[in-house]
Design a protein around this ligand. Structure first.
Ligand SMILES: C[S@@+](CC[C@H](N)C(=O)[O-])C[C@H]1O[C@@H](n2cnc3c(N)ncnc32)[C@H](O)[C@@H]1O
Length: 259
């Protein structure tokens, strides 16, 4: 347990690693296929960007993807970008700076000024289930910003929801995944997202962070899931020369793009 002083919220005990693990469990319940995706992502990262990649993790949340990369690639360095103070505080308090290999960046990916906030050079950009939260037009313009950010030969590995172009197949995939998640929640393996939020709201140590999150994000939901062909078309339009789906399981696809 560490002690955190949050403006106006007093001092409270928070089990940060416990919260980090709870998010991990929850993510696994929603995306049990995640492990295969992470394995493909990390091995491809090394193949394309070498053993010492400078990696930018967008929408990093608690830093789960960065942590997986730092574990799998001992000489990698990551910059973890997110706007949500709840997620990043859990990550910061649990992972710290990973012996100088992990940097946390507080930035809003809806605003092109995020690039200046990140301030660094990168061989690879990675992301796990984050871009869809930005809305369709913003995802396309972000791909453009990444093409400018990466050097020639740089790599983008973006794992996110991508809907199937065929409506009946899309419905079937969505139902299979929803049933699987419900079963995991019913079995007590993980909380629903609503349950996760309620747990945090029940802890005084999170009050200040939750208020700050609400202020930053507002009430407007911008989530928008692109189809796989829309992702590929946007990446090509952004300037990426080689684009393909590297891995897929159900609604999650790992898109790779080389600049
Ligand atoms: C579903 S979570 C995934 C987090 C992490 N990549 C993982 O797999 O555990 C999506 C993340 O995107 C972040 N995000 C959403 N909108 C954002 C924005 N405008 N700027 C920065 N991060 C954002 C959220 O705060 C959240 O941490």
């Amino acid at each position: 347990m560490t002690r955190l002083v949050i403006r106006g919220a007093g001092t409270h005990d928070v089990d940060w690693p416990g919260r980090w693990q709870a998010w991990e469990r929850q993510s696994r319940a929603y995306l049990p296929q995640r492990e295969g995706c992470l394995a493909t992502l990390t091995t491809t990262l090394v193949r394309l960007a070498g053993q010492r990649p400078r990696v930018l993790d967008l929408g990093a949340g608690t830093g789960m993807l960065s942590a997986a990369i730092l574990d799998a690639v001992p000489e990698a360095r990551c910059a973890a970008v997110d706007l949500d103070p709840v997620m990043t505080e859990i990550g910061r308090r649990t992972l710290g700076d990973a012996d100088g290999r992990l940097r946390w960046v507080d930035a809003d990916l809806r605003d092109p000024a995020w690039v200046a906030a990140v301030d660094g050079e990168f061989d690879a950009v990675v992301s796990l289930t984050a871009f869809h939260m930005l809305g369709a037009p913003r995802q396309a313009s972000l791909y453009g910003e990444l093409w400018h950010l990466l050097p020639a030969g740089g790599v983008l590995l973006n794992a996110d929801f991508a809907s199937c172009d065929c409506p009946r197949l899309r419905d079937a995939i969505e139902r299979v995944e929803a049933d699987r998640t419900q079963a995991a929640i019913a079995a007590g393996v993980a909380r629903s997202f609503a349950g996760w939020r309620e747990d945090l709201e029940g802890e005084p140590g999170f009050a200040g962070l939750l208020a700050e999150r609400a202020r930053r994000f507002g009430a407007t939901k911008t989530d928008s899931i692109l189809s796989a062909s829309e992702h590929v078309a946007s990446l090509r339009q952004a300037g990426f020369a080689e684009v393909d789906t590297l891995w897929q399981d159900g609604s999650i696809r790992l898109f790779a793009a080389l600049s």
